[in-house]
Structures are given as structure tokens and as C-alpha cells.
Design a protein around this ligand. Structure first.
Ligand code: G1P
Length: 296
């Protein structure tokens, strides 16, 4: 099997304004809203860590500095916990922190779209393949995480990989949709990509779920990418151009994805992850069952 260049770095676009979560997001970035007791961004960084990612690149914007503080040591807090012998809390904080020097921040100065946000990371990524994880989507899986599965497929296929899942046909217009070719590993060759297709025109029901492994040639394309759906510079349009020269595989993710960019997805994620926690499961389950009964 051919050796493919290792995927060492991951990009997290966190510049979005979070207008769907106002008023909370007036002062708190949507990526810092908590699912049970961890910010959304921590779930996504944990998924990247599990996949062996070594360097974490955040594309931020104004009002996002608390994300930077979150991935730093809080000296006074740790000192106080140490003095009070709060060992469990200290372990929690230590487990959350990437190693010194492995986190970078750059800013997307204008909200021009996902393609533009990714392009803003080009100098930090350099000439190597990279992972891209959209923090709106958090994933639950009984086996390996979505990005770990993609890295495993990448070991066989190389090239570019986009994680996909099936959606109801009437939901396809909300996402990037791929065209399906021959099978490869836990997925298939991608033949086409369309961002937010008009109703009835989607090439399949497989939507792009927010996880990517991309080759650095995408940056050159994004530099001149025209605006697409929603008058934004779309990553999907850039990837479609790259598809002319490079292979793309679709990794068929088998777990559950929660769209935490939407209120309903965020609430469901909280319930689903709370039910996995031994300390609160009994009371959450009891309360949840009682609530469901009231629905009749
Ligand atoms: C972005 C991508 C889209 C993808 C979606 C997944 O869209 O452009 O291809 O399906 O994320 O969440 P957005 O949600 O930013 O509109």
C-alpha cells in the first residue's frame, strides 16, 4: 500500500456569528455553549485528538477570544484547586488542554463564507494534507469517531475525503450533497458535489456532514473562488474544482450527528450525551420519560 503524507493538522472554523442562538451568542461564542458540561468545541477537538491530530488551527473572528482563553492554562484557577486538593477537577482541566505550542489562531476578518475561512488557514497549514472539522456538528459513535474512521480510510485511499451521511430527500437543500461512484473501503468514490442544491436537483441523499481531509492544492483554488450559494465563497465549489485533478472519497459515517448550530439539534445533543453519563443518567432519564408522557 502506498504511504500517504500524514494528516497532522486540523482546522476549526469558529468565526461564525451564531445568529441562530441570539441572545446567548451576543456575548458567548456559539462554540462555547455547553453540551452537558463541556463546550461544543471541546467535543470536536477531542474527536481530532482521537484521530491523532497534533496541531489545532482555529480560524476565529471578533468576540471569540474566550476560545483562546479556554485552550490555555488558567493559572489562578489551577492554583486554587491545588490548594484545596480538588484532584478530580484538576484532572478534568488537564485532560482538556492540547500541549503547549500545538494551538494556532488566525482571524477571518470578514464573514465571506466557509471557503474563505478555510483559505485563511493556508499559511499555518503549509504544503500538507489537513483535517477540517466544522464545530456546529458533534458526533456520537459506538465504535471509532468520525475523523478517526476518515484517517483509517485515508491510509488506504490517500487524496481527499469527505464524510457523508444519508438525509431525507426534502432536507438535501440545506447541505452540500455528493454524487456517488464505486465503493472504496468504508465509502465510495465521489463523482460530483453541489452546495445547497435546489429542491429536486440533488445528485444523491448523501450530505457532507462537516468533516473533511483535504490536500493543500485546495488553497490555490479557494484564492480565486467566486461566490456561490448564499452569496458566500463556498468550500464545496472549491472542492468540485479540485475533483477535476484529484480523487475524493466519501466516508460513510455510521454514528449519530447532532447539528448544534440549530436549537433542536443542540437540545437533542444535550439529552443524548447526558444519557451517557453515569452520574446524571438516572435523574435525566426519569425526568425525560416523565416529559415524554406529557406529550401523550
Ligand atoms: C456547511 C457546508 C455544507 C455542509 C454543512 C454541514 O454548510 O457548506 O456543505 O453540508 O456545513 O453542516 P453550512 O452549515 O455552513 O451552511
Amino acid at each position: 500500500m502506498a504511504e500517504h503524507k500524514k494528516v497532522r493538522k486540523a482546522v476549526f472554523p469558529v468565526a461564525g456569528l451564531g445568529t441562530r442562538f441570539l441572545p446567548a451568542t451576543k456575548a458567548v461564542p456559539k462554540e462555547m455553549l455547553t453540551v452537558v458540561d463541556k463546550p461544543i468545541i471541546q467535543y470536536v477537538v477531542d474527536e481530532a485528538l482521537e484521530a491523532g491530530i497534533e496541531h489545532f488551527v482555529f480560524v476565529t473572528g471578533r468576540n471569540k477570544h474566550i476560545i483562546e482563553d479556554y485552550f490555555d492554562i488558567h493559572f489562578e484557577l489551577e492554583q486554587t484547586l491545588r490548594e484545596r486538593s480538588k484532584k478530580a477537577e484538576m484532572t478534568l482541566l488537564a485532560g482538556q488542554l492540547p500541549k503547549a505550542g500545538t494551538v494556532s489562531f488566525t482571524r477571518q476578518q470578514e464573514p465571506l463564507g466557509l471557503g474563505h475561512a478555510v483559505w485563511c488557514a493556508r499559511e499555518i497549514i503549509g504544503n500538507e494534507p489537513f483535517a477540517l472539522l466544522l464545530p456546529d456538528m458533534i458526533m456520537k459513535s459506538d465504535t471509532k469517531g468520525c475523523m478517526k474512521g476518515m484517517i483509517d480510510l485515508y491510509a488506504q485511499s490517500g487524496g481527499n475525503i469527505v464524510a457523508v451521511e444519508e438525509c431525507a430527500p426534502d432536507q438535501a437543500h440545506k447541505y452540500g450533497i455528493v454524487g456517488v461512484g464505486d465503493a472504496i473501503g468504508d465509502g465510495f468514490h465521489i463523482t460530483d458535489m453541489v452546495e445547497k442544491p435546489a429542491k429536486g436537483t440533488a445528485p444523491s441523499n448523501f450530505f457532507i456532514n462537516g468533516r473533511y481531509i483535504l490536500q493543500p492544492e485546495v488553497f490555490k483554488i479557494l484564492e480565486t473562488q467566486e461566490r456561490g450559494a448564499g452569496n458566500e465563497i463556498q468550500l464545496t465549489d472549491g472542492m468540485l474544482k479540485l475533483l477535476k485533478d484529484q480523487a475524493f472519497a466519501g466516508y460513510h459515517f455510521q454514528g449519530t450527528t447532532y447539528d448544534c448550530g440549530a436549537k433542536d439539534g443542540f437540545i437533542l445533543a444535550n439529552v443524548a450525551f447526558a444519557l451517557e453519563r453515569a452520574d446524571i443518567r438516572p435523574t435525566v432519564e426519569e425526568g425525560f420519560k416523565a416529559l415524554v408522557k406529557t406529550l401523550g
